[in-house]
Design a protein around this ligand. Structure first.
Ligand code: SAM
Length: 264
């Protein structure tokens, strides 16, 4: 992922968002830092589907500025680990939420095999060319039978116009095959649950307004804004849509799950 527009969108904007949150106050942090998953309804659906509970180790792959993982920690008491390749986004997540962040690529996750209770990967797969490599790595680090929550922008057809730089949208059929090939059983998928309440979107908009005032003249701002406009057009014209997906890591044949006593 090298497209300049994506660095602007995922790295520069993440840093600017953390600066704006510092000005506006920390109650703005989560709504502003949920970038692939702006709706709390979508997060709640994923959290319930994955049966998040206090103390679980949640790996968020492509965590961005950390909003979804922070939301899950606040609402469900999970212990998140964020993994994100963009350095400024890593610092932004750490500044805003104080959560552990690993600066790494989802294709090579520096965690032990079978060491994670549940994983999320939200708004990430369409930005990655080798989706199978990311999903296989997530599968490796998950305990057998563990849940994976995904938000994926899928294409209705093969032709997308105008395609945002660096994005490769899978079709729904491709995504289903990809999950199967990488060792996941798809349990349920729905269109993204409906929009955010005003109390949430107002805070996100206030942060966006501060970022615009401070950085409008920066070429990176124009690039990120242009990406956003392309997405808006593609969603509005029905060429792409956001799917929320719950899958589980298939157990290898002959695997017997440990009892709680054995896990201790
Ligand atoms: C649309 S943002 C979503 C951020 C976050 N998941 C959220 O929902 O707010 C996509 C994120 O995927 C990250 N990403 C792109 N390629 C990646 C890869 N190969 N491995 C891990 N993360 C990646 C980007 O840096 C960016 O932060």
């Amino acid at each position: 992922m090298t497209a300049l527009a994506m660095v602007a969108e995922f790295d520069d904007v993440a840093g600017w968002t953390a600066d704006a949150v510092q000005i506006l106050g920390e109650r703005h942090a989560i709504p502003a830092a949920c970038r692939g998953s702006a709706s709390p309804a979508a997060l709640a659906w994923l959290a319930e589907a994955c049966e998040l509970s206090p103390g679980m180790r949640l790996l968020d792959v492509g965590a961005g500025a950390g909003g979804p993982a922070a939301w899950a920690a606040e609402r469900f008491g999970v212990r998140p680990i964020l993994l994100e390749p963009m350095p400024t986004a890593c610092r932004a997540a750490s500044r805003m939420f104080g959560l552990p962040v690993i600066a790494a690529d989802g294709r090579r996750i520096p965690l032990r095999t079978g060491s994670v209770d549940v994983a999320w990967c939200l708004g990430v797969l369409c930005t990655v060319q080798d989706k199978a490599a990311v999903l296989s790595e997530i599968h490796r680090v998950l305990t057998p039978g563990a849940s994976l929550g995904l938000l994926v922008v899928v294409a209705r057809g093969a032709e997308i116009h105008p395609a945002p730089d660096g994005n490769h949208f899978p079709t729904e059929q491709e995504l289903v095959a990809l999950l199967d090939d990488t060792g996941f059983e798809l349990l349920e998928q729905i269109d993204q649950p409906n929009g955010a309440p005003l109390s949430w979107s107002r805070r996100a908009e206030q942060v966006a307004a501060v970022v615009a005032t401070r950085h409008r003249s920066d070429p990176a701002y124009a690039l990120a804004a242009h990406q956003g406009e392309r997405f808006t057009h593609l969603f509005a014209s029905g060429q792409i849509r956001l799917r929320a997906i719950h899958a589980v890591s298939r157990r290898p044949a002959g695997h017997t799950p440990k009892t709680r006593m054995e896990e201790r």
